[in-house]
Design a protein around this ligand. Structure first.
Ligand code: NFS
Length: 655
């Protein structure tokens, strides 16, 4: 077991990595040492799409290739390195878009069941958002009941997935110029499922062999994710469970409690966890817990389910993706209930070393060794009760090897794009005007979305934190989701006090005046659609150009690992945002494909990809891009004044 401090910057995680070693438990950190990534697959140069292969077409090491040699570097079917890299890349987009969108579909199914009163226990919580969506989609409101309207919305939302012609409805929310660009480029998506299926078809042996054409379809499917599946998930969840508003929360393994039943909710879909939150407060459950010797029931989350219930209920976060096994290593988790995505198959094995019960709940995601308790939304409360009861009954079985780290930090979460609107503009004149004004006058240099996963190939949380600190120090307001948000929350960046401590003078002055942290938590990974809405609102408010690509804005996923991250990055780029990824880059095996993504896309979509594993350098790529956009908008001079003019400084202090 190598030094735990080289694995993570998070003290609680380091301590649990050490405990795992002394308990003889194998974790992802050990597996990352034992299994090195395949250097050919890592750069997209291995094709295993048919039985003639897998074919490996790596770039020759250390020498320049002659055109003749390059001609010969092909798979058995004749596919070039370009075709193979592009195929692999867009299959990642398809995987990610499918995951987000199938989540969206589940929400739409539940939404329709709730509207038809077939899912007792759920109700429509945000009427205003329901009516807004009805207006957006041209659904008659009149004197119809919320449920009648919701039935139409639910049916239309479900139809979005299988729509054969036309465009995904939410595209109409984008700035007009962006919509036109999508149509010109031929990437305005039809039904979400159709675009994903088309990727699987085109990347089958012997179909699309033009890397440019392949990558175009990647953009199209990713837009069906961001402006389709993910946005449907976010919108309908908000209507059903409530639109997030600022809420105080706590994060890290220290939220687990010695004297209470600890039930961890892990995964992505908040349908069941919403009910668990309700059930865990029922008097009969609390009594049952007492009868087993526990002082209460403590819920905590891991991964994006955690973000969902934090945003809406302030339920504490136990940690991000790389902490799922470490939570079990505390020995204090009585049950961990999982649904879909980012769940490690090692959990039941690790649980065996302690007493934890791992409960799977989705018919789509079973794990050998776990207990399967299928979640039935028509009987959600009973499903939730069975799970909570299982956790309580397991409390007396805790062993002796219990060690809960002390670390936990406060954070303020709940920044939906609507909330940012209210906070900055006030309830009576809610708007993005103050944000735009502060960007124009240079106090805020620009906006960055820093999102995505953890990856054990790099030091846990380090790149997120280093990048975000560098950005806010340079007056860039940071919007976050997913595991990246959790990394920064653990380090205390999501409290209003963080502004004075870490942000540059201009950004700090705005945060202090409004009372917000310099790093805003917008939710789970499907909630990256909130970032699309926030940047669209900035464009529509005026003064910063007429398209998303005109904004002084950038995106990043410094520790990405999942296909979902690639899909998100691609829809950011396709929506006009410069986006930098760390760790490794899956098309480096083809110079042409990489050049198209990193350079040529800028002329086509206004946004492009970059790869930079050093988080400080990556932050500066983002800042340079932001400054380039400020210059193009003619607002670069204002910022120079902010930096150098004493009168401006005094004025800032008076804010
Ligand atoms: Ni996003 Fe959320 Fe985390 Fe990555 Fe996984 S939990 S959906 S994929 S690892 S950020």
């Amino acid at each position: 077991m190598a030094d735990a401090e080289t694995k993570s910057i998070d003290k609680a995680s380091i301590r649990m990595i050490e405990k795992a070693a002394s308990d003889g438990v194998n974790t992802v950190f050990d597996r990352a040492e034992a299994t090195k990534p395949c250097p050919i697959g890592m750069v997209g140069s291995c094709c295993k799409n048919c039985g003639m292969g897998p074919c490996r077409v790596p770039l020759p090491k250390g020498k320049t290739e002659t055109p003749e040699e390059k001609q010969k570097r092909r798979g058995l079917c004749g596919a070039t390195a370009e075709t193979i890299a592009a195929r692999n890349f867009i299959r990642m987009v398809a995987g990610g878009a499918a995951a987000h969108s199938d989540h969206g579909r589940r929400v739409a199914e539940l939404f329709l069941a709730v509207a038809k009163r077939e899912a007792p226990g759920y109700e429509i919580k945000d009427e205003q958002k329901l009516l807004q969506l009805a207006l957006d989609w041209g659904i008659e409101i009149g004197d119809r009941s919320n449920n009648e309207i919701a039935i139409d919305i639910g049916e239309m939302a479900l139809a979005e997935f299988g729509k054969q012609e036309g465009e995904v409805l939410f595209l109409r929310r984008a700035p007009l110029k962006r919509q036109e660009l999508w149509r010109q480029q031929g990437v305005a998506p039809r039904g979400i499922d159709r675009e994903i299926v088309e990727i699987m078809h085109r990347t089958h042996m012997g179909v699309d062999q033009d890397y440019q054409n392949l990558l175009r379809q990647g953009v199209r499917a990713s837009l069906a994710d961001g402006w389709g599946g993910s946005m449907i998930a976010t919108e309908l969840q908000d209507i059903l469970f409530g639109t997030p508003a600022p809420v105080l929360g706590r994060i890290n393994l220290g939220v687990l409690k010695q004297d209470e039943v600890n039930l961890i909710i892990h995964g992505h879909e908040p349908l069941l966890s919403e009910m668990i939150v309700v059930v865990a407060q029922e008097p009969q459950m609390l009594e049952l817990a007492k009868s087993k010797g526990a002082n209460g029931i403590n819920l905590a989350g891991i991964c994006c389910t955690a973000n969902e219930i934090l945003m809406r209920h302030g339920i504490p976060l136990a940690g991000n993706m790389l902490q799922q096994e470490l939570a079990l290593v505390t020995g204090a988790v009585d049950a961990m209930v999982v649904d879909v995505q980012c769940i490690m198959q090692s959990l039941p094995d690790i649980a065996q070393c302690y007493h934890t019960k791992i409960i799977t709940t989705s018919p789509k995601a079973k794990i050998p060794g776990a207990i399967h308790m299928e979640f039935d939304e028509h009987n959600a409360i009973e499903s939730a009760r069975t799970i909570v009861r299982t956790a309580i009954e397991n409390f007396p079985n805790r062993g002796n090897s219990i060690d809960i780290p002390d670390e936990q930090s406060d954070l303020v979460a709940g920044f939906s794009h609507e909330t940012i609107n209210y906070l900055l503009g006030g309830i009576f004149r809610a708007s993005y005007r103050p944000l735009n004004d502060n960007i124009i006058n240079g106090r805020i240099r620009g906006v960055a979305g820093v999102v995505g996963c953890n990856n054990p190939r790099v030091k846990h949380d380090d790149a997120h934190l280093t990048m975000v600190k560098e950005l806010i120090k340079n007056d860039v307001l940071v919007l976050q989701t997913g595991c990246s948000a959790m990394a920064c929350a653990k380090a205390g960046l999501m409290t209003p006090e963080a502004a004075a401590k870490y942000a540059g003078e201009g950004l700090a002055s705005v945060c202090e005046a409004v009372g917000i942290p310099p790093v805003l938590h917008l939710g789970s990974c499907v909630d990256n659609s909130r970032i699309l809405m926030a940047v669209t609102a900035m464009v529509k408010d005026g003064g910063l150009g007429d398209d998303i690509s005109d904004l002084p804005a950038a995106g990043a996923a410094p520790e990405w690992m999942s296909e979902k991250a690639i899909s998100i990055g691609q829809y950011f780029v396709g929506s006009g945002v410069f986006t930098v990824f760390g760790v490794n880059w899956p098309t480096l095996g083809s110079d042409e494909v990489t050049k198209l993504l990193f350079q040529d896309f800028e002329a086509m979509y206004g946004g492009m990809w970059a790869f930079e594993p050093d988080p400080i350098k990556a932050a500066h790529l983002m800042i340079e891009h932001i400054d380039k956009k400020r210059k193009a908008l003619g607002i670069d001079k204002a910022r120079e004044r902010v930096l150098y003019d004493m009168t401006m400084r005094r004025e800032l202090e008076a804010v």
